[in-house]
Ligand binder design. Structure first.
Ligand SMILES: NC(=O)c1ccc[n+]([C@@H]2O[C@H](COP(=O)([O-])OP(=O)(O)OC[C@H]3O[C@@H](n4cnc5c(N)ncnc54)[C@H](OP(=O)(O)O)[C@@H]3O)[C@@H](O)[C@H]2O)c1
Length: 433
């Protein structure tokens, strides 16, 4: 129906629009020359308004879409066919949202459709195959985890020379959905390979993360830090780059991708200038939170960049003009009561909860970790232990007032994982009486 160049963040594609009898549009984004040089890298993407356009974390669609465009652009030759009739596995947007309601009351993604009297999957692939044929694509390397797309295209006459899986780092909100797709629809490891000590491009970190159990008035809080064997998270001068190896750090990124929010103190922002986005694995970045009672954060801090949302939690002790300057850059500022360490930690967690944060990854530094442990708000602790001993330095945890070993914070349900020379250990924090 129309052909036009479409410049995107991933480079320019040639967009070809096709309309089928049902009035659904198939939009093919073509990169490079299709020619005859062997199978074409191809993604057949089912429309998902909530995931693709709005960034919903109930599914993996948006991340897969962006990853596929990036992969095709990197290859310099390929096609992404965007199928608008495929919303909600063919159920349409409204019924997909109704199925979400069913999922929230316990049904998995298949049973939710069945409860509503809908087919589990009503998509067909003959139109997509016709589009590919019209573009001159006879055989493909298909970017998919879904075996039904492979058999559907083949049945419609497109040869699938190779299947290239497209796993994403699961979010705690979509992990169950991905597990159901793997278990009941035979999808190939949509959340990546199980942790096995080797660096997989995408590793399923759900065992380390444990079960997310949000509370009535605060998120589920996971403390995560990397330490030397002698329990330091930085040298005495504050250097912490890098304590652990690349594999351990990519697991940290997958943990970030799994959580609604990530929180650090202003000390870490000043010392390390972290971005706290998800870059080492395909996944969505969480909302970033900074505890900073006087707003000493530098306007050029990387955590304020546009790659993800940021909210600074401060107190009445911060200057009005600094608050306004941050707000003018689309950074959220919340004024909270002061507490022992700076911002009152209970009030901070309650504000996050009210904003919809159900899982929070706390990535330091020492003062914030100590405040959260001291207040009894930690639900899980994940420690990356690196084979280095540095002697005096910044301790991971400060004074918790434990006079006896028995006074210590008790940890249970250990999960242990070796990643190259590092060890990752995770435990649940035993509920304090
Ligand atoms: N190895 C790792 O995994 C890792 C991770 C992160 C950081 N680090 C290292 O840790 C060091 C930074 O640790 P840090 O202890 O100095 O900084 P921090 O814990 O990141 O920040 C502490 C500051 O946050 C503010 N704050 C506000 N409310 C707070 C509360 N309720 N509890 C605690 N702090 C609160 C306080 O400043 P105001 O009073 O001004 O608000 C406080 O001084 C750096 O050397 C960094 O490299 C290591």
């Amino acid at each position: 129906m129309a052909t036009v160049p479409l410049p995107t963040a991933y480079g320019e594609f040639e967009a070809h629009a096709f309309e089928c009898a049902s009035r659904f549009v198939y939009l093919a984004l073509v990169k490079g020359t299709i020619g005859t040089e062997g199978p074409v890298l191809t993604r057949l993407h089912s429309e998902c308004l909530t995931g693709d356009a709005l960034g919903s974390l109930r599914c993996d669609c948006g991340t897969q879409l962006r990853l596929a465009l990036r992969t095709i652009a990197a290859e310099g030759r390929g096609v992404l066919v965007y199928a608008t009739g495929h919303e909600g596995r063919g159920a349409g947007l409204i019924d997909k949202l109704r199925a979400y309601v069913e999922q929230d009351s316990g049904a998995d993604t298949l049973d939710a459709n069945l409860r509503l009297g809908l087919p589990v999957d009503s998509r067909t692939y003959d139109h997509a195959a016709a589009v590919l044929a019209m573009l001159g694509v006879g055989s493909v390397r298909l970017l998919t985890n879904n075996p039904a797309k492979v058999s559907g295209l083949e049945a419609a006459g497109i040869r699938v020379a190779q299947v290239e899986p497209i796993p994403t780092a699961a979010h705690s909100r979509n992990h169950r959905y991905l597990a159901t797709k793997e278990r009941r629809l035979d999808h190939h490891q949509p959340a990546g390979a199980k942790l096995n000590g080797a660096s997989a491009e995408v590793a399923d970190v759900s065992a380390l993360l444990g079960r997310i159990r949000p509370h009535r008035d605060r998120p589920h809080v996971v403390l995560k830090y990397a330490q030397t064997l002698d329990g330091r998270i930085a040298t005495a001068s504050g250097d912490s780059k890098w304590i652990s190896g690349e594999g351990e750090r990519s697991i940290s990124h997958a943990l970030r991708a799994a959580c609604d929010g990530v929180l650090v103190g202003i000390g870490t922002v000043e010392q390390d200038d972290p971005r706290l986005t998800v870059r080492m694995v395909p996944g969505a970045s969480p909302v970033r939170f900074v505890l900073d009672s006087t707003l000493r954060i530098s306007p050029s801090a990387q955590i304020l960049d546009e790659d993800a949302s940021t909210i600074v939690l401060t107190t009445e002790r911060s200057a009005l003009d600094r608050r306004e300057a941050l707000r003018a850059c689309q950074v959220g500022v919340r004024i909270l009561p002061a507490g022992p360490g700076g911002v009152d930690i209970a009030a901070a967690l309650e504000v996050l909860h009210c904003g919809g944060v159900r899982s929070l990854l706390v990535e330091g530094g020492a003062k914030v970790i100590t405040s959260i442990l001291a207040a009894g708000f930690a639900d899980r602790v994940i420690v990356g232990m690196a084979p280095t001993i540095i002697g005096a330095g910044t301790e991971a945890v400060g004074d918790l007032g434990s006079a006896r070993i028995a006074d210590g914070v008790r940890l249970t349900n250990r999960c242990l994982h070796a990643m190259a020379d590092d060890l990752l250990v995770a435990w649940d924090v035993e509920r304090q009486a």
